[in-house]
Design a protein around this ligand. Sequence first.
Ligand SMILES: Nc1ncnc2c1ncn2[C@@H]1O[C@H](COP(=O)(O)OS(=O)(=O)O)[C@@H](OP(=O)(O)O)[C@H]1O
Length: 261
Amino acid sequence: MKMAIAFKDVDLNFNLTINQTKLHRVSYKRLFYRTFDKKRFVYSFSFLAIFLFMFQILIDGNSCSNVSTCLSGNCSFEDTHKYPYGIPIGNGSRLPIPGTNQRLPEVLIIGVRKGGTRALLEMLNLHPDIQKVPMEVHFFDRTDRHALGLEWYRHQMPFTFEGQLTVEKSPSYFITPEAPKRVYKMNSSAKLLLIVRDPVVRLLSDFAQIEATRSEWKKKPRSFEDVALLSNGSVNFQYKAIQHPSLGKLAPYLCLAPIYT
Ligand SMILES: Nc1ncnc2c1ncn2[C@@H]1O[C@H](COP(=O)(O)OS(=O)(=O)O)[C@@H](OP(=O)(O)O)[C@H]1O
C-alpha cells in the first residue's frame, strides 16, 4: 500500500505490505521518528525554559520588591493587613514588618452569636487603622485558654503599628459569666462591641448552621424543638443561641457606656 501523509509541513511517503494492525503500529512509529526533529525539539524546549524563567523573575521580582520595601521599613498601615503575622521569608519563617508589634486588643466584638459579628469585623478591617484578629481566639470564655496567660493571648495577635487598633471577636464572650471580669482585668477601658439581631431569626440561623455541621459529621439530625425546648415545652435557656448574660452579675465590671450596640 502506498500512503502519503501530510503532517504539518512534512510529507511522508512509505510503502507497507503488512496487515492493517501492524500498519498502524509501524506507521505511528515511523511517523514519530521521521517527524522528530532533534534541533527543533531543543530550540522549542530552550525557548519554553527561558520563557518560564523570565515569568518567574517577573513574579518574584514583584513580590520581592514589595517584601524588600516592607523589610526596609517603608510599609504602610495597609501592608499590615497583607502580612498580619509577618512577611513570609521561606522555610515557613516570617519576619515582622519593622516597627510593628503584637499588641493586646483594645476592641472586642463580644457577640451576639449569629448577629453578623464576622461581617462587622470585616467591615471594620477595611479601615487602615484597624487590624482584625482573623480567627476567634476564645481567650476569655475558655478557662483552659485563659490559663495560658496574657502573653500567650498577645502572641495570637496580628502585628500592628502604634496607633492601629487590634480587634478580636469571639461571640461567646457575651454569654460567658467569667468573661467580663477577665476582660476588665486585662484592660478596664477596652471597647466592647455588641451587634444585635432579632433573637428568633438568629436562633434559626444558629440552628441551621449547627445542624449542617452535624450532618457533615454524619451525626443524627435533630428537630428545632429538640434543641430549643425542654421536654415540658418550656424554653431551653441552656441552648447557646438562647443564652443571655445576667447583667446584674456583670455590672461590677461593665460600665454600660463603653458597650456600643
Ligand atoms: N449585614 C448583615 N445584615 C444582616 N445579617 C448579616 C449581615 N452580615 C452577615 N449577616 C448574617 O449574620 C449571620 C452570621 O453571623 P456571625 O458572623 O455573627 O456568625 S458567628 O456567630 O460568628 O458564627 C448570618 O446569618 P444567616 O445567613 O441567617 O445564617 C449572616 O447572613
